[in-house]
Design a protein around this ligand. Structure first.
Ligand SMILES: *Cc1c(COP(=O)(O)O)cnc(C)c1O
Length: 366
């Protein structure tokens, strides 16, 4: 009997338990579990340093991070966004009183297409919500020009894009606000968790207030906030994981490059275009010739208990929950990419031999 575990698209990084326990001992001694405890403050400080930003606001998860960003910036009308993402990007728009307007993506980067964004602007438009898909930075300069020209808020769902610089600055420094996720399945995690970043201190202060029910610094309730605080237990896991960050990043990049090398003889495959220094290798997305080829590869891998994931399919514009969204144009690039894309397993504990085996199975078909 094969006792090997199935290989999923990703596997959470587990720091040595003793590392977590040593942080937790302090929590037990202090009997202080949440509300800006010392571990949380330490984690926020370290993550700001690692991301090269002045300040971060940790929150419960990456979904509520987007909701808080939208609320803090007062966005309620039409929000131009991408259909090629995880649903949370647009559920956040709807839950804060806005309406998603889906536009097409760029065929090489798979990020929102600035030309399509500009074409979708109406008097109802209030914001652009872009996603740095698989950590590939959006065209941040062009999007900022559009946002400035039409006086729109610009928000980035940077859930994939931790620890990246683009155009000489932290990726989180672009736009009015960026959000990220520290979910267990992401590159870096706090079990559940997320954060908001804004270059504007007023926005940062507002998000802090909204995270804490809506209380202002004088403990007056002046806003309809929520409870989105990260706990000391999550911060303990986050601090433990931080110790291994450089190893995690290096292993992912090495595996990504190994895959590319192994698959270099497959003429049918194409890959995301990116600058190697502006990418964190958190996913290994592959574009197949067509959906049929993708399904054949998926079946061959599943037969070996290997489970890649169709990120992102279906498109948000095809999900019943977003039936009231506006759709601009035929989204033909997004439809095409979404139907042919598969993320192959990639995580620090994936063995080189697993990577090789997966590549061989793909290569037999493509
Ligand atoms: C994971 C993810 C989210 C949601 O983050 P959670 O922490 O799971 O709530 C949002 N957007 C994108 C693009 C994601 O990949």
């Amino acid at each position: 009997m094969d006792l090997k575990r199935p290989i999923q698209v990703t596997q959470s990084f587990m720091p040595p338990l003793s590392d977590v326990v040593s942080f937790l001992e302090g929590v037990w001694e202090r009997v202080y579990l949440t509300n800006n405890g010392p571990l949380l403050l330490e984690l926020e400080k370290r993550l700001a340093e690692k991301n090269n930003v002045h300040e971060i606001v940790s929150v419960l998860n990456g979904t509520i991070a987007i909701e808080l960003a939208l609320q803090a910036l007062g966005v309620q009308g039409e929000v131009i966004t991408t259909p090629f993402t995880f649903p949370a990007t647009s559920t956040a728009i709807c839950r804060t009183g806005g309406r998603p307007v889906f536009v097409d993506i760029d065929s090489r980067t798979w990020n929102i297409d600035p030309v399509a964004v500009e074409a979708a602007i109406t008097p109802e438009t209030q914001a652009i919500l872009a996603v740095h898909v698989f950590s590939r930075p959006c065209d941040v300069v062009r999007l900022q020009e559009i946002a400035d020209k039409y006086r729109l808020k610009l928000i980035y769902d940077a859930a994939h894009a931790n620890f990246i610089q683009t155009n000489g600055r932290s990726i989180f420094d672009w736009g009015d606000c960026s959000t990220t996720s520290f979910h267990a399945t992401k590159l870096y995690h706090t079990v559940e968790g997320g954060a908001c970043f804004s270059p504007n201190p007023d926005t940062t202060a507002k998000i802090r207030q909204l995270r804490f029910f809506g209380y202002d610094a004088d403990k007056n309730l002046t806003d309809i906030g929520t409870n989105a605080k990260m706990t000391e237990v999550s911060a303990a896991v986050g601090l433990a994981n931080l110790k291994y960050l450089d190893i995690i990043l290096a292993k992912r990049r090495a595996l990504y490059e190994l895959y590319r090398e192994q698959l270099s003889g497959c003429p049918d495959l194409t890959f995301q275009q990116f600058d190697p220094e502006e990418y964190n290798y958190s996913y290994f997305p592959v574009l197949f010739k067509d959906e049929e080829q993708l399904l054949n590869v998926n079946a061959a891998l599943n037969a070996e208990q290997i489970y890649p994931r169709r990120y992102f399919w279906p498109l948000l514009s095809d999900m019943p929950a977003f039936a009231n969204a506006k759709i601009l144009g035929d989204l033909h690039i997004a439809k095409n990419v979404s139907s042919r894309i598969l993320c192959l397993p990639l995580y620090p504990d994936l063995g080189e031999e697993d990577c090789q085996k997966i590549s061989d199975l793909v290569q037999a078909i493509c």
